[in-house]
Design a protein around this ligand. Structure first.
Ligand SMILES: [Zn+2]
Length: 58
């Protein structure tokens, strides 16, 4: 099983993203704990996830 790596925007650590990531998928940086949102999938690019607001998303 291959692993896809992307970089945390906060601490630049390598973060493993799911093998078949989806845009909008949230992964946690294991180093700094920041929630990162997948904004591109090929190659995967992460950005800091927005703070969850009420009724965000749906
Ligand atoms: Zn980090």
């Amino acid at each position: 099983m291959k692993r896809t790596m992307a970089h945390c925007t906060e601490c630049d650590a390598e973060v493993t993203v799911p093998d078949d990531p989806l845009v909008g998928e949230i992964v946690d940086c294991t180093v700094c704990g920041t929630e990162l949102e997948t904004v591109e999938v090929s190659p995967p690019v992460l950005q800091r996830a927005p703070e969850l607001a009420e009724d965000w998303g749906e």
